[in-house]
Design a protein around this ligand. Structure first.
Ligand SMILES: [Zn+2]
Length: 285
């Protein structure tokens, strides 16, 4: 029996979508959608998530390629944008721990903005790169960390974890009193997802175990001792309809590449909660 980790409801008879895996061409996974908003990927064989993880994340050259080629300016802008939101609640000088710090590219930006930074990353090579390029200390497993921090950042991580509740509980113990948690993850209630249904590109099954809405993320945070402070949804400029009007497609691709690298455009922010990515700031209560 599968139960929702947010509200505890049984999911066996919940509404579900059958989603094609983008990693395994021959596999589809049911995603059970709970009334509280949270959707859960139904995984029969747990070892498959390790294979999925290894397939996507072990290739460090791919990560370097993302951050150091065409998308560098774009990612820089996105992260600066994110830091601006964090700065509203926690000024530079404070201690940040980023869980899932990848090669340290984003933490280096936080460091340059005046924060005292530590990373946490399971991938051995990524930890080495962070140290080598930017002299950023990186822990391996955040469940082993004893030190306390003022800010904990989790970008595109929580939806991958087998037990997000246990992770939030541990994070709560790692934060100083009134410490800040920043979470970013895909928005299952984005206009794009509601329109595309099982074709939505961010299901990423079985790698993404859970699929949050603003409401279900907020409820899970509250359940683990956090008080939601600020939430927004942000989208990507590349999804704007205006690009579809540009022909031929090659020209569109070139323009997008120029926009991403030179113009340094980050997130697209609009009012409402219908954009692709949720960004939530919560305080340790
Ligand atoms: Zn639920």
């Amino acid at each position: 029996m599968l139960n929702c980790i947010v509200c505890g409801r049984e999911l066996d008879n919940a509404k579900s979508l059958l989603v094609q895996s983008d990693i395994f061409a021959d596999k589809k996974y049911p995603v059970r959608i709970c009334e509280c908003g949270l959707a859960t990927t139904e995984i029969m064989d747990d070892s498959i998530t390790k294979v999925a993880n290894d397939t996507i994340y072990n290739d460090v050259s791919l990560r370097i390629d993302i951050y150091f080629h065409n998308l560098r300016g774009h990612f820089e802008a996105r992260y600066q944008d994110t830091l601006k939101l964090i700065e509203k609640f926690m000024p530079p000088g404070k201690k940040i721990l980023e869980i899932g710090s990848n090669i340290g590219f984003t933490l280096n930006i936080a460091k340059n903005n005046g924060y005292n930074v530590t990373g946490c990353e399971l991938n051995d090579k990524c930890r080495e790169i962070s140290k080598l390029l930017w002299d950023i200390p990186v822990e391996k497993d955040f469940f082993e960390i004893k030190e306390k921090y003022d800010v904990i950042i989790m970008c595109d991580v929580l939806e991958h974890l087998p037990d997000p509740s246990a992770a939030l509980k541990k994070i709560h113990s790692l934060l100083n009193d009134k410490g800040l948690l920043f979470i970013q993850l895909p928005n299952r209630q984005s206009e794009f997802c509601l329109k595309l249904k099982e074709k939505w590109p961010f299901w990423c099954v079985p790698d993404h175990r859970f699929h949050f809405t603003v409401k279900s993320l907020s409820a899970l945070c509250a359940k683990n001792g956090f008080v939601e402070k600020s939430t927004r949804t942000v989208g990507l400029y590349t999804k704007h309809f205006i690009w579809k009007l540009i022909y031929p497609r090659r020209l569109r691709k070139v323009l997008l590449r120029i926009m991403d690298s030179i113009l340094k455009i980050g997130f697209r922010k609009i009012n409402g909660l219908g954009e692709e990515i949720i960004q939530m700031v919560a305080i340790r209560g």
